[in-house]
Design a protein around this ligand. Sequence first.
Ligand SMILES: Cc1cc2nc3c(=O)[nH]c(=O)nc-3n(C[C@H](O)[C@H](O)[C@H](O)COP(=O)(O)OP(=O)(O)OC[C@H]3O[C@@H](n4cnc5c(N)ncnc54)[C@H](O)[C@@H]3O)c2cc1C
Length: 529
Amino acid sequence: MLLSDIPALAPYIKLTHYVWPYTMEHQPGVCLGSEEQRCYSPQGKAVGGSSVVNDMIYSRGRPQDWDRIAADGNYGWSYDEILPYYKKSERCELRKYKNATYSGRDGELTVENVPFRTGLVEAFLAAGRLHGNPTIDYNAPDQLGFGYVQTTQNRGHRLSAAKAFLHPHKRRKNLHILTDAKVTKVVIEPQTKRAYAVEYLKNHIKHTARCRREIILAAGAVGSPQLLMLSGIGPKEKLEVLGIPVISDLRVGKSLYDHIAFPGIVFKLNSNNASLQELKVATLSNLMQWLQFGDGLMTTPGLVEAVGYIKTSHSDGKVPDVELLNLGGSIVSDNGGAFRKSLKISDKTYVTAFSGLHGCDTWSAIPILLHPKSKGCLELRDNDPFSHPKLYGNYFTDPQDMETMKEAIKYVIKLGESEPFKKYGAQLYLPSYPNCQSHGPGSDSYWDCAIRTMVVSLHHHVGTCKMGPPNDPEAIVDPELRVYGVDGLRVVDLSVLPHTISGHMTAPALMIGEKAADMIKKIWSNVVV
Ligand SMILES: Cc1cc2nc3c(=O)[nH]c(=O)nc-3n(C[C@H](O)[C@H](O)[C@H](O)COP(=O)(O)OP(=O)(O)OC[C@H]3O[C@@H](n4cnc5c(N)ncnc54)[C@H](O)[C@@H]3O)c2cc1C
């Protein structure tokens, strides 16, 4: 689909039926500027999952993230053990770092820099260097700093997981891809506790697909726990209330972690043509350029041009606790269009706070909390597979998260006020949010209110089917991703990650897929069924 292919249109695809439009349960005091004051967290609904609608940023997290997961009793998941799987799927086409030892060259997934760059990205990187952040390959295991964004694009076109991994094999005789089908349940024999079939609806007709070996659930961090619970795997007391017979009493959905971000730091520039304003990007000649050569302004994914990792005073010292997403513009670059609509920032909040900047050149960097201490959870709403589960973000319930976000905001302001942005005449713009008007602009309480108004989810949910050793009371799957208490059922998606990592989630999701494929081949290659 053309819309999905064009990186610059990433915000638009999030407004289509290619997403499950999940909304978090109402939480007093957060997402105050969102529609219905509820945080929005869609997931991809397509063959290829969220990789069809995401922003294409490729990042792997730090080695220490994976070593920590392994140290918790998850054998096989240390950085050294997972690195081969990152490399396996990657075809690295990065300009400077193509031949790095930690990059893959022969995989299906092209990873490339964005061919077009504004001067603002150079200012961001220069400002980073001034403040001690070298310009690096941010996926290098031994370096921390800022770098040009790396994307899952192929010659300027989105490369979804479906295009990279499935399309080349879709004619294989032993592969059946069913589109527009909704899985409603995994069928498990109650006595033997063996999973043997999947029920699904297609064209309103119920079908059953039986398996000979095992069932792999890969419905994502919202879909997989929902399906497990609908199938009788989950907290006994909750399932019984919903009349679902219990097969395995596990704490499914007990933890839900996410990356949250603040898109409200905007610098007004006194230039005319420095940022990626929509009127400049959405032109016929840019479209033709992209169609013909796969380059030009249409290749910047949702304005993102660079990524930086920093450690605030709240970090554990081992891994960065904040990521900065550097934009070639800001939330106002399309004058209140798809960018803010895809975040479900309400008309009232947006217009009051930002419409004064329409038509202006702007710059922004979005701070992201990489390791929020606040823990959410997921529950079934009812026993209808078509109901959205209840998602509780519990954002900022641990006060340290607010302090980390405020420190990150101050850091971005410091970057924007530094020398490299002077030539753009960058001036911090302090929006007047409808609900923050009693707070002095720029005061500590102003930022508190601004964060509570504009916080958004990055849709990076993990932890709902947590992986852990047998002695972990919250573990749902073992380190080989097999569901405890049930035979023949594995979960292979981001729901198994016990906590967030210091990066985005597509690369880890694909790595988990590669690693699971090896586990499955190892078990079954010598077995005749
Ligand atoms: C808008 C958005 C932007 C993002 N941007 C980035 C980014 O720039 N970089 C990055 O690294 N990460 C990004 N992410 C996150 C990343 O894309 C996801 O975390 C990752 O793709 C999740 O992989 P997964 O395999 O766990 O689940 P998914 O990719 O979500 O796949 C789950 C699949 O299961 C299907 N499914 C669920 N339930 C059922 C059911 N009952 N029956 C049938 N099918 C079902 C879904 O439709 C979906 O196709 C973004 C995510 C979103 C939503």
